[in-house]
Write a protein of this length. Structure first.
Length: 181
């Protein structure tokens, strides 16, 4: 039995990356990290001011996430990170660190996500940036290990659906009895 590949729960702000990622981590027994925690202060300040990040802003952030995917905490063989990973080039950078990463795209329509954003308070990600994120989002290619799930279900249901689909997507049988950190 092989181990779980590194996972990136991806999508635009408000799609449920942190919620679903945390549930997946608990279910699969691997650590979960929120990609927001990897942003430098300058990125957070820029977004808090309603200014979208550009590729230069994102590159060091993505490199930190890639390194974390490639080097999970001691005692575990994998981890889950929530990261928007909106562009193919961003996902390519992540794969340069962790070639076997599987992307889990939490997909939903703009109205649903906008409703979610309007009902939450985020430290630095205003709902006004949703349009720029949706414009930036590039669909995953057939050569990218991934699965896409519609966010119009309860987080627990989404998590169960993802766990059931992971074996098919990763091409591996994985153990859910890995040690926790």
């Amino acid at each position: 039995m092989t181990v779980l590949p590194p996972l990136v729960v991806m999508g635009v702000s408000g799609c449920g990356k942190s919620t679903v990622g945390l549930l997946l981590g608990e279910r699969l027994g691997v650590p979960f990290f929120d990609g927001d925690d990897f942003h430098p202060a300058a990125n957070k300040a820029k977004m808090a001011g309603g200014v979208p990040l550009n590729d230069d802003d994102r590159a060091p952030w993505l490199a930190e996430i890639g390194a974390a995917l490639a080097n999970p905490p001691e005692g575990v063989s994998s981890c889950i990170i929530a990261c928007s990973a909106l562009k193919r080039s961003y996902r390519d950078l992540l794969r340069s660190f962790a070639p076997d990463v599987v992307f889990i795209h939490l997909a939903g329509d703009a109205a649903t996500i906008s409703d979610r954003l309007s009902s939450r308070k985020h430290e630095y990600m205003p709902g006004s940036l949703l349009a720029s994120q949706l414009a930036t989002l590039e669909q995953l290619g057939s050569d990218e290990a991934h699965l896409a799930v519609d966010i119009n279900e309860e987080p627990e249901t989404l998590m169960n659906r993802i766990v059931a689909q992971l074996v098919d997507v990763s091409g591996k049988v994985f153990s859910t009895s890995q040690s926790r950190c």
